[in-house]
Write a protein that binds this ligand. Structure first.
Ligand SMILES: *Cc1c(COP(=O)(O)O)cnc(C)c1O
Length: 424
C-alpha cells in the first residue's frame, strides 16, 4: 500500500465521517482546497502526512498554549496513563486542579470539571437558571459558547462559516428563552433574565475586543436586574493573564466557563463561580449535571502540567511574541496595499480584512465575506504557515513560537500578501 496523502485520507474520511471531519471548520469549506491531515506536531510546528511542515497558529484553537507536545505535558500524560485512565471515582488531581483554578481567578470560589467547553457553557446556563428561577439567557451575536441548542444562535466561528444563523435541528422551543444582542452595546436586561453570557474578549468572530465600558455596563445592568453575569473564558482563561480576562479587564462576573488551555490538549472544560450559585448543583442542590469522564485523570494531569508552566514570565513572553507578530503582520499587509485590521488583546491576535476596525458581528461578517481572508490563507498555507481555515477564528501564537518563527512568518506573509494584492 502506498503512503496516505492528504487527498486520499480526505476521500476516505468523507465516506465514513460527514464532510470528512469531526468539527466542521476543519473541512476547509470556507477557504477551499483539501485539509492537511496532521501526522505529528512539536512546539510551533505541525507536519502533515505528506511530510510538509507548517508554522502553526491554530494550536488547536488555543488548547495548546505551550505549543505542541511540550515535554512536561507529554511526561505527565504518560505517567497518568500508566496509573489508569478513568475510574468513576474522585482523584487527587481533580482537587489540585480545582484549587489551582480558584487560586488564580479572583472571585472563582467553586468549579466543576467537564469534558468540553460546550458542556461547561451549557451547564453554566442551567445552574444560572436553577439559581435564579428565571428562564432567559442573553447572548451576543458573534460570540460562540459551544454547540448546545440554546446557545448556538448567531454563534460566530464555524457556525458562521456554514452560512447558518443557528442550526437545523434546533427547535423554536429550544431557543425561545435565548435573546441575541449586538456585541459591544449594553442591552436592556429585564427581570426575566437568568444570565448574560459573553466572551469578555470575543474570539470567535475574528478577534473583537470589548469597547471601553461594555463589560462594566453589563455588570451594572445585571446587578440592577438581579441577573447573573457569566464570562465565557474558554479562550481567554489562563491566556490573557494568570487570572484570565476578568483579572486583566477588571470586571468580575458571577460565573465563568473555561476550556482549551486548562486541558493542555486533552478534553477538559470547567464552569464555576460564586459559592452560593455553584452550591445549587447536585448533590448539594437541585440542578443536575454529571459526566462519566468529567475530571478525567489524563486531562487533569495535562492541565496541571500546563498551568505549572504559566507564570508571570510566561505571560510576558507570550504577549511579547504576539506584539511582534502583530506589528510585523500589520506592516506587511499595509505594504502590500491590503486593507486589514490586526487587533490584539494580550497574546491573542485577530485578522480582519477591513479598512476600519471591527467592533461587532455585522462588521466581522462584512470583512469575512470580502473573500480576501480565503486568498491570504491559501497563499500563506502554500508557503508553510497555517492560520485557522476560517475568517472567524483568532490567531494563537504559543510559547513555543520563537522570534525566528515570528520573523519567518512575517517574511512569508509579505510574499503571500503581495500575491493576493496582485490578484485583486
Ligand atoms: C471553543 C469554545 C467553546 C466550546 O468549547 P468546546 O471544547 O469546543 O466544546 C465555548 N466557548 C468559547 C468561547 C470557545 O472558544
Amino acid at each position: 500500500m502506498s503512503a496516505p496523502t492528504n487527498r486520499s485520507l480526505f476521500e476516505r474520511a468523507q465516506r465514513v465521517i460527514p464532510g470528512g471531519v469531526n468539527s466542521p471548520v476543519r473541512a476547509f469549506r470556507s477557504v477551499g482546497g483539501t485539509p492537511y491531515f496532521v501526522a505529528r506536531a512539536e512546539g510551533a510546528y505541525v507536519w502533515d502526512v505528506e511530510g510538509r511542515r507548517y508554522v502553526d497558529y491554530v494550536q488547536s484553537y488555543g488548547a495548546s498554549i505551550l505549543g505542541h507536545a511540550h515535554p512536561r505535558v507529554v511526561e505527565a500524560v504518560r505517567r497518568a496513563a500508566g496509573e489508569g485512565t478513568t475510574f468513576g471515582a474522585p482523584t487527587e488531581r481533580e482537587v489540585l486542579l480545582a484549587e489551582e483554578l480558584c487560586r488564580r481567578v479572583g472571585g472563582l470560589e467553586m468549579v466543576r470539571l467537564t469534558s468540553s467547553g460546550t458542556e461547561a457553557a451549557m451547564s453554566a446556563v442551567r445552574v444560572a437558571r436553577g439559581a435564579t428561577g428565571r428562564p432567559t439567557v442573553v447572548k451576543f451575536a458573534g460570540c460562540y459558547h459551544g454547540h448546545s441548542d440554546a446557545l448556538l444562535a448567531a454563534g460566530g466561528s464555524g457556525v458562521a462559516d456554514q452560512g447558518l444563523s443557528g442550526s437545523a435541528g434546533v427547535t423554536p422551543g429550544a431557543v425561545a428563552d435565548t435573546v441575541v444582542a449586538p456585541y459591544n452595546r449594553v442591552p436592556e436586561i429585564g427581570d426575566d433574565v437568568a444570565v448574560v453570557m459573553v466572551e469578555p474578549v470575543a474570539a470567535n468572530m475574528g478577534l473583537v475586543p470589548p469597547a471601553p465600558g461594555f463589560l462594566e455596563g453589563l455588570r451594572q445592568a445585571c446587578d440592577r436586574a438581579g441577573a447573573l453575569l457569566c464570562f465565557d473564558e474558554v479562550i481567554t482563561g489562563f491566556r490573557l493573564a494568570a487570572g484570565g480576562a476578568s483579572e486583566r479587564l477588571g470586571v468580575r462576573p458571577d460565573l465563568w466557563c473555561f476550556g482549551k488551555v486548562i486541558g493542555g490538549g486533552l478534553p477538559l472544560g470547567a464552569f464555576g463561580g460564586r459559592r452560593d450559585v455553584m452550591e445549587q448543583l447536585a448533590p448539594l442542590g437541585p440542578v443536575y449535571q454529571a459526566g462519566t469522564l468529567s475530571g478525567n485523570p489524563l486531562a487533569t494531569a495535562a492541565g496541571l502540567a500546563v498551568l505549572a508552566e504559566l507564570d508571570d514570565a510566561a505571560y510576558t513572553m507570550l504577549e511579547g511574541r504576539a506584539t511582534e507578530l502583530r506589528t510585523m503582520l500589520a506592516a506587511v499587509l499595509a505594504d502590500a496595499g491590503l486593507p486589514a485590521q490586526v487587533p490584539r488583546a494580550g497574546p491573542l491576535l485577530g485578522l480582519h480584512f477591513s479598512a476600519t476596525p471591527v467592533t461587532d458581528y455585522d462588521q466581522a461578517r462584512a470583512a469575512a465575506e470580502s473573500g480576501t481572508y480565503r486568498r491570504f490563507f491559501r497563499a500563506l498555507l502554500d508557503r508553510g504557515v497555517a492560520l485557522a481555515p476560517g475568517a472567524y477564528e483568532a490567531l494563537f501564537p504559543s510559547l513555543a513560537h520563537t522570534r525566528d518563527d515570528i520573523e519567518r512568518t512575517a517574511d512569508l506573509a509579505a510574499a503571500a500578501a503581495r500575491q493576493v494584492s496582485e490578484r485583486h
